[in-house]
Design a protein around this ligand. Structure first.
Ligand code: PMT
Length: 405
């Protein structure tokens, strides 16, 4: 864990509170952010006032709370513009589905949305809503729009919900949000760093029509590339076949087979500080792919496969090697096999995830990781792949900087 004490000193946090039952937790968020050294001012939407009184936030923040655009005293001096300029960091917590929709579409019909249009500060949202609302395609599209604009998305987490349902949509705990804010502050630590990420599956052609592939969507690796870029890194993403859009400020190299991925990675590795191998690289390829379509004639046919080169192990042999992060996708004995790979491939860190179950691992928006390094490990509970990628990179930074000292 990053230490909270004074880690946010110098941060002027504008906390937006939108309407949701999680608003009561934002009172604790104010307290924790102040303990971490931040100055805090709170803006509430009209809906938020149904859940928590402004007096609570006023007492905890030590500052008057703003609730509307039409406060004559504050607005005589263009108060909303002044607030927008004052903030170095904006966080909306809880961010309801309605708020996310209005933010994504550029509304400016209340104080909070107007401030968000007017500010140049780093901005983040902590969504909180019923799990069906979180899974609704409209919400997914709104969150995607915000993410593409560089807005950090904190969580949400999975668990029991106020409505009695269980699933994704619970607001991150105040302590986790403060950690995430600290993470944004240390984000600049990746500035000047070069990060190479592999993502997605590889396709090994049998003939011009068929191939051997796997179920990787590329989401995990794309999330690592996106978060590394948000943290200021110069990012090269070597991507196997996937339909995902390239994250902002990421240089993408498209490849198909494991051999092409190996070349794509090695060609871009000079000067790299970190290599993250999130791709599901095929271990074997056909010995002799056919130049023409294989005809359906014999009852049984045999495929002869040959081992592919191991990208991570090849880099690990270099005298000057970047900080090496592998992934281990396992169906059982996850940590045992992951530690075996960490040691066999001489990695600095490995992120273990379970595959073969719905809702995490391959082809889902969420995942659950355990990070292992030679003398320790850290479990990262179920969250969006972006959130996990951010936390993984924070841990990489802690270790990389420790080694350089
Ligand atoms: O893409 P998503 O749908 O989001 O799914 C994410 C994921 C499950 C694919 C991802 O989180 C993950 O676990 N990726 C690694 C999957 C894997 O195949 O692991 P592995 O145990 O086969 O390989 C271990 C490590 O060695 C990996 O970092 C892999 O990139 C690397 N490797 C493997 C083979 C090879 N020839 N060269 C390699 O560098």
């Amino acid at each position: 864990m990053l230490t909270e004490s004074a880690a946010l000193s110098g941060t002027r946090l504008l906390l937006g509170v939108s309407g949701g039952i999680a608003a009561y937790k934002s009172a604790e968020l104010v307290r924790r952010a102040r303990t971490a050294g931040a100055q805090v001012r709170v803006v509430m939407t009209a809906a938020a006032e149904h859940f928590v009184g402004a007096a609570t936030f006023q007492a905890l923040s030590g500052n008057p709370v703003r609730t509307g655009l039409w406060d004559p005293a504050a607005e005589a001096a263009m108060g909303h513009i002044e607030l927008a300029r004052w903030a170095t960091q904006v966080l909306v917590a809880p961010a309801s589905a309605d708020f996310l929709a209005r933010y994504a579409h550029g509304f400016g019909d209340d104080l909070l949305t107007t401030l968000l249009l007017a500010t140049t500060a780093s901005s983040a949202v902590a969504p909180a809503m019923n799990q069906q609302m979180w899974a609704n395609p409209a919400t997914i599209a709104n969150v995607d729009t915000l993410r593409r604009r560089g807005i950090a998305i904190f969580g949400p987490a999975a668990g029991d919900q106020a409505c009695g349902e269980v699933g994704m949509g619970r607001m991150l705990e105040p302590e986790e949000q403060v950690q995430a804010l600290i993470g944004l502050q240390v984000g600049d630590r990746l500035a000047g760093r070069r990060v190479v990420v592999s993502a997605g599956p590889t396709f090994e052609d049998l003939d011009p029509v068929r191939f051997i592939g796997n179920r990787s969507s590329g989401r995990m690796g794309f999330a690592v590339a996106e978060q590394a870029a948000l943290m200021g890194a110069d990012v090269i993403l070597v991507a196997g076949p996937t339909s995902l859009a390239t994250p902002p400020r990421v240089h993408r190299v498209d490849v198909r087979s494991a051999e092409e991925m190996m070349r794509g990675v090695l060609d871009n590795l000079d000067g790299a500080d970190i290599y993250v191998g999130a791709a599901a690289v095929a271990d074997y390829r056909p010995v002799a792919p056919r130049p023409t379509k294989i005809k359906k004639q014999a009852e049984v046919i045999e495929l002869k496969l040959i081992r592919n080169p191991d990208i991570l192990a090849t880099i690990a042999e270099r005298r000057e090697r970047p900080f090496l992060v592998g992934f281990a996708a396992e169906t059982d004995n996850v940590l045992h096999y992951a530690r075996g790979k960490l040691e066999a491939k001489r990695l600095d860190m490995i992120a273990a995830n379970q595959v073969g179950q719905l809702g995490s691992g391959f082809d889902s928006t969420d995942n659950e990781l355990t990070l292992l390094w030679p003398d320790g490990q850290l479990a990262l509970p179920k969250a969006s792949k972006q959130e996990l990628a951010r936390r993984l990179l924070e841990q990489v930074m802690l270790r990389l900087e420790g080694a350089e000292r």
